[in-house]
Design a protein around this ligand. Structure first.
Ligand code: AMP
Length: 282
């Protein structure tokens, strides 16, 4: 695996590879890699000829300095995992290689209002930071396909809207959520949970699955209330949201319109760690 730290080296390389006929896949990450990230690399290897991963803990998408400071950075282990997965190129920049002199979010993007609710409501400015860094990363890496995880479902929709509105020539592939044996969605933040709490956090996915079974029986509001009440009974669990939405536009389901895909999505703060999960029902 080639490790590249500067866009002045990466962009010409990517451009040359594409002109020679290679299809390029890109997997952006913030490091602290786990099998969920590696599953994105594997999907990229299945669908493209060259896989570029990036590791960059983007400061502009953290609105809580403590969360940024606590973000794990096991870089040697990350490199070994990417190498073992057969990743071709790792882009490992310092902030100035991406941003130059910019230190805050300067662009405004048309995110179609998708950024306002859910994670956007609890983390003001988060998606503006994500949109800006991903736009820069796409300009630097020039991929054919951008591989993203369904775990961050709202982020997938927002980035699809972003590349559409900027008319960037990149396809977005949303990859399934990779889970721990108890069903907990893998996340770099899971290492901050004690073994006991991490085991109990399997209840989040179990509750999403239970909600699926209730869809034909109860209204969205009733299901939401049941799920929130059940998760909040667990010690150190605090539901931020548990919602049943139209998966295409993140709007509530009114029962009036036809919905082709239903999204059941939740954020739960477990022992101070924010955990996300969702299920999409076509
Ligand atoms: P992050 O390093 O958390 O920014 O995540 C980088 C990419 O990996 C994002 O597209 C995430 O949605 C994706 N990802 C994170 N966790 C998982 C998971 N458990 N399964 C699949 N993809 C994931």
């Amino acid at each position: 695996m080639q490790i590249i730290k500067h866009r002045s080296e990466l962009t010409p390389l990517s451009t040359r590879l594409r002109s020679e006929g290679a299809k390029i896949g890109f997997v952006p990450t913030m490091g602290a890699l786990h099998q969920g990230h590696i599953s994105l690399v594997e999907q990229s290897k299945n669908r493209t000829n060259i896989t570029i991963a990036s590791i960059f803990v983007n400061p502009t998408q953290f609105n809580d300095q403590k969360d940024l400071d606590k973000y794990p950075k096991p870089i040697e282990q990350d490199i070994a995992m990417l190498e073992a997965a057969g990743c071709d190129i790792l882009y490992l920049p310092q902030a100035d290689d991406i941003y130059g002199p910019i230190t805050e979010v300067t662009d405004t993007f048309d995110l179609g209002g998708l950024d306002l609710g859910l994670e956007g409501a609890s983390r003001p400015g988060h998606f503006a930071g994500v949109a800006q860094v991903v736009k820069f990363l796409l300009e630097i890496t020039r991929p054919d396909i951008l591989f993203l995880g369904q775990k961050d479902y709202q982020q997938c929709l927002i980035l699809t809207q972003l590349v559409g509105s900027l008319q960037m020539p990149v396809e977005i592939a949303m990859c399934p959520i990779y889970r721990e044996p108890n069903g907990l969605a893998m996340s770099s933040r899971n290492v901050r949970l004690s073994a006991d709490i991490r085991q109990k956090a399997g209840a989040i996915y179990a509750t999403l699955q239970y909600a699926v079974t209730l869809i034909p029986i109860l209204s969205p509001e009733e299901i939401q209330q049941t799920a929130i009440a059940s998760l909040n009974t667990l010690a150190n669990f605090k539901v931020d949201y548990f919602l049943i939405l139209n998966a295409k536009n993140l709007q509530p389901i009114t029962g009036q319109e036809k919905v082709s895909a239903i999204l059941i999505i939740t954020a739960v703060i477990v022992d101070g760690v924010r955990l996300l999960d969702n299920i999409v029902m076509e």
